[in-house]
Ligand binder design. Structure first.
Ligand code: PLP
Length: 375
């Protein structure tokens, strides 16, 4: 049986033309080749930021942004608890302490009221996560950050092109971090980007990502650097993706409109993705929550879909429910009650740009059949 995957990249001819160009030029590393600079320039323009610094993946982008901003041991970083744990790992790599902040039940992004409660004299930064393509409500976050002199980082791994009050994410705080993993809205296979308007932060990120080589003598290093470089081959794919960026973003919104129209009548039992009036939701994945008569039946639903040729994936498990952190005594399950209600009741449907009309019809027809059987 053919399985419809949750996401597959859509690579055009430009991607292969550019990769072949890079190969023909022998420019395959992360140190040489024109595609890196071009991709950074075009991505900065896409986000409306002054600078973009490419790197090897979304996790290293988060690490690099925090390191370049000087986050280190003793600092507390307030992070939205419902996320890919890479957001928390990046803080931990630097010896800083992540503090989980609960989410808004509708957008699944950081709840500014809980952020206000969790700020302490040791707080140095906030990391919002624009989850599943929906922007965080940034005005109250930035206002609290201003009052308490906190830096603001945006995890934009799932939100390329998402907007808040007309402004593109990645430029709404101190720095943004993007992922270009194969299932992301724009992809380079593996890849990442730090976006910022802060020239000094960009320069420091650029140095740190390449072993902080010295300027007069290359091997007299300026700092303890990392090798977080993106290769010119990946950047070549990225330049190809930039040519179809608008369509790639719009395609996921179209998929969401289609699913929502087909699932509307089950709203009593399904919580569908929303879009706040101030947001432009780019729907990284069509993420749903089971409620009413479907509460507690996620495994049944996901198994039935699998049997009908549809891949799905569970939603994230928040920081405060992760055993590895509870065992260390760093958090406890009750720290973020709203996120806990989402953790084990959610999953997402296939949402990639390569899905055709017949695939979408198949997913919706099979899913509604499963719902009709269960309800
Ligand atoms: C919210 C979020 N942050 C960070 C990451 C890490 O990105 P990467 O897999 O490119 O390291 C991901 C995705 O994988 C993500 O979804």
């Amino acid at each position: 049986m053919n399985i419809i995957p949750v996401s597959q990249p859509q690579l055009g001819t430009a991607e292969s033309v550019f990769v072949n160009e890079a190969l023909a030029q022998n420019a395959i590393s992360g140190l040489y080749g024109g595609f890196i600079e071009r991709f950074e320039r075009e991505f900065a323009e896409f986000c409306g930021t002054r600078h973009a610094v490419s790197c090897s993946n979304g996790t290293t982008a988060l690490h690099l942004a925090l390191a370049a901003a000087g986050i280190g041991p003793g600092d507390e970083v307030l992070v939205s608890t419902l996320t890919n744990m890479a957001s928390f790992f990046a803080v931990l790599y630097l010896g800083a302490r992540p503090v989980p902040v609960d989410i808004d039940a509708d957008t699944l992004t950081m709840d500014p009221a809980d952020l206000a409660r969790k700020i302490t004299p040791r707080s140095r930064a906030v990391m919002v996560v624009h989850l599943f393509g929906h922007a965080t409500d940034m005005d109250p976050v930035n206002e609290l950050a201003r009052q308490h002199r906190l830096q603001v980082f945006e995890d934009c791994a799932e939100a390329h092109g998402a907007r808040y009050k007309g402004h593109t994410v990645g430029g709404l705080g101190t720095a943004g971090a993007f992922s270009f993993f194969a299932n992301k809205i724009l992809t380079t296979g593996e890849g990442g980007m730090v976006t910022t308007d802060d020239e000094a932060l960009a320069a420091r990120a650029r140095s740190l990502k390449a072993l902080a080589f010295g300027s007069t003598n290359k091997f007299m290093h300026a700092d303890i650097g990392f090798n977080h470089r993106m290769t010119n081959l990946q950047a070549a794919i990225g330049c190809g993706q930039m040519l179809q960026a608008a369509q790639l973003v719009e395609k996921r919104r179209e998929i969401a409109r289609y699913y929502t129209a087909r699932l509307e009548r089950y709203r009593e039992h399904l919580r569908l993705p929303i879009e706040r009036p101030w947001a432009h939701n780019v729907i990284w994945m069509y993420h749903l929550r089971l409620q009413g008569a479907l509460a507690g039946r996620r495994t049944e639903v996901m198994t039935a879909l699998r049997e009908r040729g549809i891949e799905t994936r569970e939603g994230f498990i928040p920081y405060n429910l992760q055993h590895i952190f509870i065992e260390r005594g760093w958090t406890h399950p009750d720290e973020c009650p709203v996120a806990n209600t989402v953790a084990y009741s959610s999953f997402y449907l296939p949402t990639g740009p390569a899905l055709g009309e017949a695939d979408l019809d198949h997913v919706a027809t099979q899913f509604t059949a499963v719902l009709d059987e269960l309800l």
